[in-house]
Design a protein around this ligand. Structure first.
Ligand SMILES: [Zn+2]
Length: 386
């Protein structure tokens, strides 16, 4: 029945140490790899979360970890890169490892309710550790509703940027502002909803604010303004041929006209063609590099959909979407916002796409378009026929 004395002591010591030892300081990406499960209801790829699938999200998530000396994290992004999950993993981490008052703001209260049911509920229900900490709203006296989830040491409140009452509801240590370019400019006559939400974090010295959005209109874009105040990180990936690190740019994607299925990326250094299936290896070796110092407490990340992992949004799709968007300003605007993750410049009479479209030429994959000869003009002579 009894264990040998030595072993029993060891067992006791081990239990004693485990009880006293604080939880290892997991980063958010490590937490997600260990505890997060993607629900079949909400995710394209259900199952255990793997940060390796979207390696560019690792640093963004870890900037939200308590150990990171960052107060504000700004993420300006295209669609289909997994961006929303950064925020969800943060919510899960706060509930489990770093409890405190947290607020998640969507553009409207309606969207906040939808986000709660479609993303937050599955996040909690699919994770064993979170399910134990947050009581189901169906159980009596759970203290939980669609827009408010209590857990030991904290509470998660979800609201809309169109509700001044919601934004003023409580002091928060963690503030997640989602899709901020869709927020109204003024909420219930009380001013900017972002300022109203920021004001709730003032009492916390170790606060964290996460601002995420696809940018909309140049000059009005809140995410672009916040990114401009940051250290402006972009994701540099190496060419599989020559190893040169570069930021993926749409003008390096080339294809014969009307054949977007032949789209290939062309390295800025060696000009060789890179195909979509080679992307994951590039993403895995990529790194975020800041372009400037910023204000010292804000990290900014920009990522277009050209970085979407293999199997999600391909370069061929991007080429196809670009072709389909020609001569239709609304579609082109969506392309610029959602695929390039850039703001759309509204301009006078001539549509922005027209000069760009007119400059397009046909060329073979791998060829650089030849420079047009510059008309020769002798000095001192008037132009024109003599
Ligand atoms: Zn190269």
């Amino acid at each position: 029945m009894s264990l040998p004395a030595q072993t029993a002591t060891e067992v006791y010591d081990e239990a004693f140490r485990a009880g006293l030892r604080p939880d290892p300081l997991l980063t958010i990406s490590e937490w997600a790899d260990r505890y997060r499960r993607l629900s079949g209801k909400a995710a394209a790829e259900p199952g255990p979360w793997r940060t390796d699938r979207t390696p560019y999200l690792r640093e963004i998530m870890d900037s939200l970890s308590p150990s990171a000396p960052v107060e504000r994290v700004v993420f300006m992004k295209g669609s289909q890169i997994g961006g929303t999950e950064c925020g969800n993993n943060w919510v899960g981490y706060v509930i489990h490892k770093s409890p405190g008052p947290m607020m998640v703001v969507q553009p409207t209260v309606e969207l906040a309710k939808r986000n709660s049911k479609q993303r937050i509920d599955p996040l909690i229900e699919e994770s064993d550790v979170l399910r134990e900490l947050v009581k189901s709203p169906r159980s009596r006296d759970s203290g939980n509703t669609v827009l408010s989830k209590e857990f030991p040491g904290g509470v998660l409140v979800m609201t809309g940027a169109n509700s001044a009452v919601g934004l003023r509801s409580m002091a928060v240590r963690y503030l997640f502002l989602d899709e901020i370019d869709a927020y109204p400019g003024d909420v219930d006559g009380e001013g900017d909803p972002i300022n109203l939400a920021f004001a709730r974090t003032r009492t916390f010295s170790r606060r964290k604010v996460f601002m995420v959005s696809t940018p909309l209109v140049t000059g009005l874009s809140r995410i672009e303004a916040a990114f401009a105040e940051s250290d402006q990180r972009r994701y540099w990936v190496p060419c599989p041929h020559c190893g040169e690190f570069q930021v993926l740019r749409f003008d390096r994607l080339r294809w014969p006209k009307k054949e977007p299925q032949k789209a290939a990326y062309h390295c800025t250094a060696c000009e060789q063609a890179i195909f979509n299936h080679q992307k994951n290896a590039m993403l895995a070796r990529g790194e975020w590099r800041p372009a400037t110092e910023g204000d010292g407490r804000t990290r900014g990340y920009h990522l277009s959909s050209l970085y979407s992992p293999v199997g999600w949004y391909s370069w061929e799709r991007a080429a196809d979407d670009w072709e389909k968007a020609q001569k239709d300003v609304e579609r082109l605007k969506s392309f610029v916002n959602l695929v390039l993750g850039e703001s759309w410049q509204e301009r006078g009479d001539a549509p922005e796409w027209q000069p760009l479209y007119d400059r397009r030429e046909d060329y073979q994959i791998g060829d650089r378009p030849a420079r047009r000869p510059v008309p020769h003009r002798r000095r001192g002579r008037p132009a024109g026929p003599h």
